[in-house]
Write a protein that binds this ligand. Sequence first.
Ligand SMILES: Cc1cc2nc3c(=O)[nH]c(=O)nc-3n(C[C@H](O)[C@H](O)[C@H](O)COP(=O)(O)OP(=O)(O)OC[C@H]3O[C@@H](n4cnc5c(N)ncnc54)[C@H](O)[C@@H]3O)c2cc1C
Ligand SMILES: *[C@@H]1O[C@H](CO)[C@@H](O)[C@H](O)[C@H]1NC(C)=O
Ligand SMILES: *[C@@H]1O[C@H](CO)[C@@H](O)[C@H](O)[C@H]1NC(C)=O
Ligand SMILES: *[C@@H]1O[C@H](CO)[C@@H](O)[C@H](O)[C@H]1NC(C)=O
Length: 745
Amino acid sequence: MRAHHFFTILSTWFIGSTLSFRHGKWCFDACELDLNYAEFNDTNLALGSHKTRACQSRLRSDSLYLCAREYCEEDGLKDWVIQANETCLQIANASMPAYDDVMRRYPSKDTQTIRRLSADEALTFPILGEVVIPEHSLHERAFTTLEAAYYEYDVHLTYGWFMFYFWAAVVTIGISSRLAVRVAALRTEGSHLSSPDLHETFPPALSRRRGATSKIQAHLKRHISIPATFNNRCSEPIGWCTMPSRVQTLTILSFVLLNIGLCMIDYRTTDGNLFWPQKRGQMWRFVSDRTGIISFANFPLIWLFGMRNNVLLWITGWGYGTYNNFHRWVARVSTVQAVVHSIGYTVMTYERGGWTSFLKSLSKHYFWNGELATIAMCALLIFSVYGLRRGHYEIFLTLHIVLSVLVLVTMYYHVAIFPNGEWNIFIYPCVAIWLIDRLFRALKIFAFDPYFWRTRAVASFDTNSNLVKMEVPCERAFSKAKPGTYYYIYVLEARNLIYAHQNHPFTVAYINPGSRSNNTSDSDGTRSLLRPNLRRTGSTESDSLLLQDENSVPSLVFLIRPYDGFTSRLAQTTSLGPKNLRVLIEGPYGHSVALHEYPNILFIVGGTGIAVPLSHLRAMLSTSSSVISIRLVWAVREHAFLSSVIRDFGFLFEDERLQVEVHITKDEESKDDLLMDVLKNVEVQVGRPDVYQVIQEAAREGGQEGLAIVACGPGQMADQARQSSVNMLAKGYKGVEYFEESFKW
Ligand SMILES: Cc1cc2nc3c(=O)[nH]c(=O)nc-3n(C[C@H](O)[C@H](O)[C@H](O)COP(=O)(O)OP(=O)(O)OC[C@H]3O[C@@H](n4cnc5c(N)ncnc54)[C@H](O)[C@@H]3O)c2cc1C
Ligand SMILES: *[C@@H]1O[C@H](CO)[C@@H](O)[C@H](O)[C@H]1NC(C)=O
Ligand SMILES: *[C@@H]1O[C@H](CO)[C@@H](O)[C@H](O)[C@H]1NC(C)=O
Ligand SMILES: *[C@@H]1O[C@H](CO)[C@@H](O)[C@H](O)[C@H]1NC(C)=O
């Protein structure tokens, strides 16, 4: 019971204050703290709470004012009295006496005759029948106790804000480096233009090209921005873990170290502390509060970094994968802090009175909600392991959402003990971020097709190539599709409506401009890609519904490799021939890298990764592009996949700047010689490509003036490409730039 008393005292002062922590205020508050140990017998001890009795007692208010006169500067006294009066009016409908009246009744010269209250006596929670003044030492202890507590409270929150400063700095660095590259490119452009010779030698488009790199930039690329954290693992998981790239790891490491540092420094413990007599107790309390508050401050960042529609994606140009790594690490740090916080409070309640005390605390709303929040956070972490994410994506996602809601709700009740909902400052942003993301998702669906309930796609599955091809008319889309961007696809199949909420990302493989477009250069490409299949399979009326007037409609084409869930259902639905499906298309997402600004481009792709180069080819080979040569190295299992791509996109391959090297890695059946003959710049080989050698060759040819290496394929392949790019940079090919389009996060 007495222990509980401590707590009430604590929360009254610790939490209730909204004034700034001026020296004066602690002094007055220390008087209150001293006198709160006592009861005064001029009120009915059987009525009301300790707080209301304190407001009603004249003996207490006199003692309080005398204490203030004795120990505190007059500065701030008036405000304090007004504040105390208001509080008492609120909680007890009793007003405080006027300060000057009290002072008149106790002239200064008589102060010495007033009884002193010692610490020893105060700590026995006495019932007093007269006016008292706390002893100086007692007042000092109260003052230092409050000063330290307020100081810590202030520091905890200040350090909580550091989380935001940190990421603001990271984002600022990101934006500046992006700008620096831009400015450097502009400068080279300027020099090209000012030199008449150069201007004559190079066609205008060339002066805009990328790849001019300073020594510093080359060093940064080689040591910081491109490499994997340690030698070569980055895309490929190590056991059940994935390892971010080196820049990301450095960023994350700084963040973790910052958090460890901020949880370890700046603790002020005091002797004779009235709240926590032992320094050990003070440390438990301060460390628990520090970790709790910083953990909580990290919440909005976790939510922000986890969203598809995150403004930072947009201003930094970093991919979702990058922010996803940040999301995980901020969440991990925050969870560890929450665990420390919970352990701390558990220990503190236990030390106050064993398990009975702990159980009693557990019955309090804020306490069990807090414990539950920590448990939910740990569960979130456990259920986000790579294995589950990989093997059962939808289960992972559902659990993730349910547990996140649980965390927010329990945290809401956890901090509800604080007045004015002041700690909701970290909850509302999470809710807002979440809602805004959902709103933007809806808007993106709407922007793709204002009549979204009528969006239809034609999809077909080819068993030989093990590939679903989906074509979606996009004539009603507000924004033009850009190469290399991706869209989330929802399939609204009557039979599978329970899966209608599932949506998965796919890169647009081909942007069909439609025949009404005035781009005549590839008029033979502006047809429905599914038409040949249609003819062969002799489809029904309904299947070809969309395709009747198809020649004129611009559309997006997706190449989809079936796996287990969403994609395998899609393959099943469409396995009997092309099917007209009701879909929702949400996008575009992702950045379209301006590949056409590089003189040389090398694609290293595997399987459906072919979508990335296909998507860029038209822009890269347009008349306004700076591209001199494109090399496409594509590893693909099935020969049928190759045939189908050549059949549909062969017209894109006819440019002589493009050289295609296909590696068939699984079936070694007869090559479709006829097909290959038509396309003399397509070379077919059997077996895996030697990524290192390919990159070395490409670097020798164009690695000085500018070479964009774009990888999109299995982890191992991407990692080899990354490492080889770094090696080429090390060999002095400064113009090498590495881009990775990952199909998994
Ligand atoms: C930016 C991007 C672009 C992509 N473009 C293409 C493409 O053009 N063609 C193509 O065939 N595939 C593409 N993918 C991969 C494709 O999204 C997954 O294969 C698909 O989501 C698997 O769905 P499923 O239900 O069949 O998954 P499962 O069989 O359950 O899982 C297969 C794999 O996909 C991962 N995965 C599942 N759902 C998602 C999701 N919503 N987001 C991210 N990863 C997920 C799983 O972790 C697992 O590794 C792309 C992925 C990303 C992130
Ligand atoms: C507060 O006290 C005054 C008299 O002191 C009384 O008139 C009034 O009704 C009380 N108000 C409440 C809400 O109890
Ligand atoms: C307290 O508030 C009441 C009501 O506003 C007022 O009448 C009284 O004078 C105040 N007392 C002091 C000490 O300010
Ligand atoms: C309060 O205590 C004092 C001194 O102990 C005593 O004189 C006085 O009668 C008490 N008052 C009441 C109301 O009990």
